[in-house]
Design a protein around this ligand. Structure first.
Ligand SMILES: CC(C)(COP(=O)(O)OP(=O)(O)OC[C@H]1O[C@@H](n2cnc3c(N)ncnc32)[C@H](O)[C@@H]1OP(=O)(O)O)[C@@H](O)C(=O)NCCC(=O)NCCS
Length: 176
């Protein structure tokens, strides 16, 4: 499930859980207590992927990035912060996500998107390239529109969701 590319193998904190059916290739770093669930494909080949702490990437999600070019010398890596929940079958491509974010099931987040802290992206949403999502808001639709500020329960839920997955991955680690 862990493959090297050009001599670089994913670097995982010892507390991470990676399902054995997930495929992680190349320049990928994953922080403490994060988890990667069945059938995730993450390819850190022509740029890098960095995932923070207590973040979960759920089943069937696809993570990739964009190479550097003359016009775009850094390309677009994929950077995901702490306490982020990436729902089932999400596509994250060359974007930057802050902390305490829920990316709803089946959402697509494209190149050079910046997502602020404490954001929910509704299931099935499309975030087009180069868009910035403001901290503290719900975004839904295709293309996404800002729907409303998150309420206190939703803001609290973002951390609860991440914590639930830390507990779940600990249970899975005990089984393996
Ligand atoms: C986005 C979400 C949190 C909104 O929940 P909610 O509390 O029902 O939101 P609201 O009732 O305030 O809805 C605001 C508007 O957005 C619409 N809406 C809600 N979810 C939507 C979605 N995913 N896509 C498009 N529109 C959506 C609502 O119909 C409503 O429209 P209206 O004002 O025209 O009636 C929820 O629908 C969602 O998508 N959750 C994702 C869950 C998930 O994928 N979890 C990860 C796996 S564990």
């Amino acid at each position: 499930m862990l493959r090297s590319y050009k001599g670089i193998t994913p670097t995982l904190h010892e507390s991470t859980y990676i399902d054995e059916s997930a495929v992680l290739v190349g320049n990928i770093t994953i922080g403490k207590d994060s988890s990667v669930w069945p059938l995730v494909a993450a390819r850190g080949d022509v740029n890098y992927i960095k995932i923070g702490e207590r973040t979960n990437v759920q089943d069937g999600s696809v993570l990739h990035l964009t190479r550097a070019t003359t016009n775009n010398p850094s390309g677009y890596p994929l950077i995901i912060g702490d306490d982020v929940t990436v729902g089932h079958k999400v596509m994250l491509h060359g974007c930057t996500l802050g902390n305490r974010i829920l990316v709803g099931m089946g959402a697509i987040v494209m190149d050079n998107v910046i997502v602020g802290d404490d954001v929910i992206i509704g299931g099935g949403s499309l975030v087009p390239p180069n868009k910035t999502l403001e901290a503290g808001f719900l975004y839904v639709g295709s293309p996404v529109k800002q729907a409303r500020p998150l309420n206190p329960e939703e803001l609290a839920f973002l951390k609860v969701s991440a914590q639930n997955y830390v507990q779940l991955k600990d249970e899975y680690l005990q089984e393996s």
